[in-house]
Design a protein around this ligand. Structure first.
Ligand SMILES: Cc1cc2nc3c(=O)[nH]c(=O)nc-3n(C[C@H](O)[C@H](O)[C@H](O)COP(=O)(O)OP(=O)(O)OC[C@H]3O[C@@H](n4cnc5c(N)ncnc54)[C@H](O)[C@@H]3O)c2cc1C
Length: 352
């Protein structure tokens, strides 16, 4: 008998495995490719909301957990995953510059907003008002992480690359049984796949589709992430990721021509060089009505847990929130009420 069965190997599932392993717990992971969020993500971590120049929800505390977490994973998996890269916010007016410098005076933001106006020196980009530089930013190669972590799990015989069938889960007094094996607990970390989960689909997970392009821009030679109406994220020489879109109706993982057009139209507003599109991907961000993660135990079945709702900031949120869940599962700490699914108890009652 292993301790925990985990459903889903995205950023949530990986963070959870790491926390459980550190506690000496054993687990099996079931995962498929029905959801793509962690595979297609831009992977940026940046504690500041670049529309309004405000701090993202608890981002400073999350950074302090996430950065050592990815460093440790790099050592474990023997490869680079965390690429330290500057994020430059392209200003569109003098007013925006002023708002930036006002924000940089605020105590929590001062750590992250450079107070020097960053002048544009790249002829391939139109940025007459310059940039604001966000400090302590970077990019985690999330697709590489998922693939390498899956291999690691295979190496310790803990991975099943197959769809978890909810109807095969049996509740026992002291745990669960699934396809002939017993576990003490189950954690569901299926991203937007939660919608098909009969135990937790009462939770208000909306899902926001996002699409990204990979483009070749010969001669751009940009090493920083540029944030304008879209992001330009440098990947390797001449290769950049452009994203992302936000759409609330379409819940498929299929790339669309409309999104491609939207991204390229926005890109052409400030890119002055020719480019070619190499790749186009889409995924559903697990977004929640109140913009907070969905974490905690099932209202009735105490052996079932959920770890979800990381929205568009999974890279920073996953490590810290997974810590909280594992502590709560083993009774060493309580979940922060803001993330605890207890807040949706009325929705559970209404669904039964
Ligand atoms: C276009 C785009 C750009 C993004 N950019 C960024 C970014 O720059 N920075 C950032 O921090 N975040 C970004 N995000 C958000 C980030 O990707 C998510 O917050 C995060 O990846 C969610 O991870 P997760 O593990 O909860 O879900 P997922 O990554 O969706 O993983 C869930 C896994 O569970 C599997 N699964 C589901 N149901 C079952 C089942 N029944 N049986 C077996 N397996 C199952 C799925 O197939 C999947 O493998 C972006 C998202 C998108 C779509």
């Amino acid at each position: 008998m292993k301790d925990v069965l985990i459903v889903g190997l995205g950023l949530a599932g990986i963070s959870l495995c790491e926390r459980l392993e550190a506690k000496g717990k054993t687990f099996d992971v079931y995962t498929d490719t029905s959801q793509k969020s962690s595979l297609v993500a831009g992977g940026l971590y940046n504690p500041v909301i670049l529309k309004r120049f405000t701090m993202a929800w608890r981002a400073d505390a999350q950074m302090d957990v996430a950065i050592p977490f990815y460093q440790q994973l790099q050592t474990k998996l023997g490869t680079q995953l965390d690429y330290k890269v500057k994020v430059l916010r392209r200003f569109t007016s003098i007013e925006e510059q002023n708002t930036w410098f006002e924000a940089a005076d605020k105590p929590r933001l001062a750590r992250f907003l450079n107070t020097h106006l960053h002048k544009n020196t790249n002829d391939g980009i139109d940025a007459p008002f310059g940039y604001g530089e966000v400090l302590e930013t970077g990019r985690v190669a999330t697709e590489k992480l998922v693939q390498l972590y899956a291999k690691y799990l295979e190496g310790i015989s803990a991975l099943h690359r197959t769809t978890f069938l909810y109807q095969d889960l049996q509740m026992l007094k002291d745990g669960v049984a699934y396809q002939g094996k017993k576990y003490e607990k189950v954690v569901f970390a299926e991203g937007f796949g939660l919608k098909s989960n009969p135990y937790f689909n009462y939770l208000p997970l909306n899902g926001t589709k996002g699409e990204l392009l990979t483009v070749k821009i010969p001669g751009l030679r940009e090493t920083s992430v540029i944030k304008s109406s879209v992001f330009i994220i440098p990947l390797e020489e001449d290769v950049y990721r452009i994203g992302a879109t936000y759409k609330w109706k379409d819940k498929t993982n299929t790339p669309t021509d409309a999104a491609k057009e939207e991204l390229l139209e926005k890109l052409e507003k400030f890119l002055k060089l020719p480019y070619t599109v190499e790749k186009h991907v889409a995924g559903i961000r697990p977004t929640v009505t109140d913009r907070r993660p969905l974490v905690g135990g099932h209202p009735i079945y105490e052996q079932l847990y959920v770890l979800n709702g990381f929205g568009s900031r999974g890279v920073l949120i996953a490590p810290e929130v997974s810590n909280q869940l594992v502590d709560a599962m083993y009774g060493t700490a309580q979940l922060h009420p803001e993330i605890d699914i207890q807040r949706f108890q009325n929705k559970y009652v209404a669904s039964t």
